[in-house]
Ligand binder design. Structure first.
Ligand code: ISE
Length: 345
């Protein structure tokens, strides 16, 4: 279908889905937004009304089956992903599924097996950092080998705020999952062990929530990855990744200065406070990455292939996060055990 426009339906039009709707409608060449679905039909209707020719389809599975929808973006909550991705596979439609692929390793494996059974890849995972120009450059420098082997990766992931419903486990499954994918992406290896530690929580953490969290991964080749995830930092969206190699280091997301951030903001470099702007949220920080991600997905779907992060990447991330949640509960390292990628057994 290379010459034809990709007619896209979006399931879930909360913050991310609405952002993707605008992207597909206005900034993705070769793609056209044709339908949206959301349990909140008023929200779906209000969004559809902003674009020409976009229908609201109340039932998400009907949107998947719709003859006028060629490919689907899933931006609904994780607990409905399995059913919706399986429906896309059954309909033979390309799907860009926001993370997590599903809520647990068994259901992610079911999706992987269903895709394998139809004999061609259709699933791309929404791990947008792989498309961020800075992360891409970091990986290219690391892969060039000119800094020697990569020994350590240090990730920082801070959100300004999250709703009270965002519990400790979600900090692993919905936030740390990005660092899980970044580590696998940068090293091109699997994670073999994860440890999630619980520092004393911030006074801004919701009751009973461990925030910030510090974790580390052991990679198959022996490297260590450290992560700080802090979802109520009161400031804004700060995401950084530094690779420490034998003969140098490379960083993505370096702040615009060497000073520190404050909740109050400001530019008082005299007392060492922040000298540049911190983006409010991920839509701002990763806008370019999302644009490139959607464009790459649409281009690949039109050619009938998947070029971005795969269902395997989604499965592996789910398994690591599941182990991470066990580690969060026990405070001890937990081994990561994946099925064989060839046989899925
Ligand atoms: C959210 O779902 C995202 O994907 C953001 O990138 C992440 O920073 C945030 O913590 C998650 O809740």
């Amino acid at each position: 279908m290379t010459d034809q426009e990709l007619r896209v339906g979006i399931i879930g039009v909360g913050m991310m889905g609405a952002d993707h709707a605008d992207r597909v409608a206005h900034r993705t060449s070769g793609a056209r937004l044709v339908a949206v679905s959301d349990p909140d039909t008023a929200r779906a209707g209000a969004l559809a009304a902003q674009f020409d020719g976009v229908r609201v389809v109340a039932d998400p599975l009907a949107l998947v089956a719709d003859d006028e929808v060629d490919a689907v973006v899933i931006a609904s909550p994780g607990f409905v992903h399995e059913e919706q991705v399986l429906a896309c596979l059954e309909a033979g439609k390309h799907v860009l599924c926001e993370k997590p692929l599903t809520m647990d390793s068994e259901s992610s494996l079911r999706v992987l097996k269903a895709e394998r059974a139809i004999g061609r890849p259709l699933v791309q995972l929404g791990f947008m950092r792989r498309f961020d120009p800075e992360y891409v450059r970091l990986k290219a420098i690391v892969d060039s080998g000119r800094l020697g082997r990569t020994l350590l990766l240090h990730n920082t992931h801070r959100n300004k705020d999250v709703p009270d419903s965002f519990r400790s486990e979600m900090i692993v499954r919905d936030s740390l999952v990005h660092e899980v994918d970044v580590a696998r992406f940068v090293f091109g290896e699997e994670i073999t062990e994860i440890t999630v530690l619980s520092p004393a929580p911030s006074g801004f953490a919701a009751e009973g929530v461990v925030d910030p969290q510090v974790s580390y991964f052991r990679m198959a080749g022996g490297a260590i990855v450290t992560n700080e995830v802090f979802v109520r930092n009161q400031v804004g969206y700060e995401v950084r990744c530094e690779a420490v190699c034998e003969a140098g280091s490379v960083i993505a997301g370096r702040p615009w200065g060497d000073l520190y951030t404050t909740a109050a903001g400001g530019v008082d470099s005299g007392d060492g406070s922040w000298g540049g702007a911190v983006p409010a949220d991920f839509r701002v920080r990763f806008e370019r990455a999302y644009d490139l991600e959607l464009q790459a997905w649409a281009d690949a779907a039109r050619r009938g292939v998947v070029t971005g992060p795969t269902a395997w990447d989604g499965y592996a991330a789910t398994v690591v996060c599941e182990a991470g949640m066990a580690s969060l509960a026990s405070g001890t390292p937990v081994a990561v055990s994946l099925v064989d990628q060839e046989t899925l057994a």
